[in-house]
Design a protein around this ligand. Structure first.
Ligand code: SF4
Ligand code: SF4
Length: 377
C-alpha cells in the first residue's frame, strides 16, 4: 500500500470525514488578498498567527513539501435549541482547536503521531497554520461559498479543517477551487445583520463572530475590547460566534434539517446555560459551563460577561434589569460599562436611576463614557 493510501486510510479510521493532499506551494491568492486588505487583517498579519507569512509555507517551514488536509463534520450530532442563535455550532461541537486531552484534540494528536511513525516531519506549530480553507480546496476536500466558508459535498460548511504540513512528497488530489453556489444567490450576503459580507469577501471588523471573541485588549495588534455600539445592536442574542450566513445557505439546508440526536454532555451544558449567570460570572460556573464549549479564543472572564450584557440589552427583556444593575458594581470596568449600555438599551426610569447612581462613584474613564452615553441615548 502506498504511503498516501495508508495516510488517508488512517485519517478516515480516526474519524475524520474527509482527507485530501496538496503541495506546499504558496497560496498566492490568499497572500494577495491579505496584502490588499492589511488594515482589516492587521490582527492576523502582525500577531501570533502570521497569516501572510503562512501563505508561503516554506517561509515558515523550509522543509515543507505537502499539506495533508483533513476535515471533520461537526454537525453529525445535533445542537440543543437553547444554544442555537447564541453559540456558534462550531463552538458547541468543541471540535475547533481542542486541547489534547479532549476527544477532538486527541484525534489531531493521534494523526500527527501516526505521520511521525511513518518517518514524516509534521509541522504543526501552535498558532501557525496555512490558509486552511484554501488548502482544503486545493486538496480537493472542499469548495467555496460566497460567504467565504469552505463547503464539502455532504456536510455543507459545518466542518473543521486541519492542515498537517509534512516534509515528504505524496500523491496529490485534484483541486476543487470553485464555488458551486446557485446562480445569483446572495442569501448569505443579504442576511448578514452587520453588512460584513460581499461575495468572497468578509470585513472581519464588522462580523459578529469577530466582535464576540477577537475584541479583546492586546489579543493581537489593533484589537481592543471595544465593540462599536452599532455592532452591539446587531449582535442580537449571539455571545460566541454567529451562524447566520451559514444557516440561510441552501447548500446547508439538508444538513440543518437532519436533526440528529444531541450529545449528552452538550445537553447538560444547554440546560445550565443562563445569561444572568454569565453576566454575574463565578469561577465555578465558568469552569462547569463556559470553558468546556468556549475555550478557543477568549481568555478572560470579563469578555464573556460583556457579551452576555450585550445580549441582555438586545433582548428587550426587562427581567434582566436587576442583574445588570448588580453588574454595575462588578470589579471589571468593562463589565460595568457594558451593563450600563445594556440598561440604557432596555430603557426605563429605574435603569436610568441606577446608571446615574453608578456614574457618581465611577472612576474608570471608559466605563464613565459608556454610562454617559447610555444616559444620553
Ligand atoms: S458570521 Fe454573522 S456577522 Fe459574520 S459575516 Fe456571517 S452573518 Fe455576518
Ligand atoms: S447563501 Fe447562496 S451565495 Fe451564499 S454561500 Fe450559500 S449558496 Fe452561496
Amino acid at each position: 500500500m502506498s504511503l498516501t493510501r495508508e495516510i488517508k486510510n488512517f485519517a478516515l479510521d480516526l474519524g475524520y470525514h474527509y482527507v485530501g493532499i496538496t503541495t506546499a506551494e504558496p497560496f498566492a491568492k490568499a497572500a494577495e488578498e491579505l496584502e490588499s486588505r492589511q488594515d482589516a487583517y492587521r490582527w492576523v498579519i502582525d500577531g501570533r498567527l502570521k497569516m501572510l507569512d503562512c501563505a508561503t509555507p516554506t517561509d515558515i517551514w523550509p522543509s515543507a513539501k505537502s499539506i495533508i488536509v483533513v476535515a471533520y463534520d461537526y454537525a453529525r450530532e445535533g445542537f440543543p435549541k437553547e444554544l442555537v442563535g447564541k453559540l456558534g455550532r462550531l463552538y458547541q461541537s468543541r471540535s475547533y482547536i481542542a486541547p489534547k486531552n479532549r476527544i477532538h484534540g486527541a484525534r489531531r494528536h493521534l494523526f500527527k503521531e501516526f505521520l511521525e511513525s511513518k518517518g514524516l516531519e509534521v509541522m504543526l506549530t501552535p498558532k501557525l497554520t496555512v490558509p486552511e480553507r484554501m488548502a482544503a480546496a486545493r486538496a480537493g476536500v472542499a469548495t467555496f461559498g460566497r460567504n467565504n466558508f469552505a463547503y464539502t459535498k455532504d456536510s455543507g460548511s459545518f466542518i473543521v479543517i486541519t492542515a498537517f504540513v509534512v516534509d515528504a512528497e505524496l500523491e496529490y488530489d485534484e483541486p476543487t477551487i470553485e464555488a458551486p453556489c446557485p446562480e445569483g444567490c446572495r442569501l448569505c450576503i443579504d442576511a448578514c445583520p452587520t453588512g460584513a459580507l460581499e461575495p468572497f469577501k468578509l470585513n472581519p471588523r464588522k462580523c459578529i463572530a469577530y466582535n464576540c471573541f477577537m475584541s479583546q485588549d492586546d489579543y493581537a495588534p489593533s484589537t481592543s475590547s471595544h465593540i462599536p455600539p452599532e455592532i452591539r445592536e446587531k449582535m442580537g442574542s449571539w455571545i460566541h460566534g454567529c451562524d447566520i450566513c451559514q444557516e440561510v445557505c441552501p447548500r446547508n439546508q439538508r444538513k440543518l434539517k437532519a436533526n440528529p440526536p444531541v450529545n449528552e454532555f452538550l445537553a447538560r451544558i444547554a440546560a445550565e446555560f443562563d445569561l444572568r449567570k454569565i453576566l454575574l460570572l463565578t469561577d465555578e460556573y465558568y469552569e462547569a459551563v463556559l470553558r468546556p464549549v468556549m475555550y478557543n479564543y477568549i481568555r478572560e472572564k470579563k469578555y464573556f460577561q460583556r457579551n452576555a450584557a450585550i445580549a441582555m440589552g438586545n433582548s428587550g427583556d426587562l427581567s434582566y434589569a436587576p442583574h445588570l444593575v448588580q453588574a454595575l458594581e462588578d470589579p471589571e470596568p468593562l463589565v460595568r460599562g457594558y451593563s450600563a449600555w445594556a440598561l440604557g438599551r432596555l430603557g426605563g426610569d429605574e435603569a436610568c436611576a441606577a446608571i446615574e447612581k453608578a456614574l457618581k462613584v465611577e472612576t474608570d474613564e471608559s466605563a464613565r463614557e459608556e454610562m454617559e452615553a447610555a444616559l444620553a441615548a
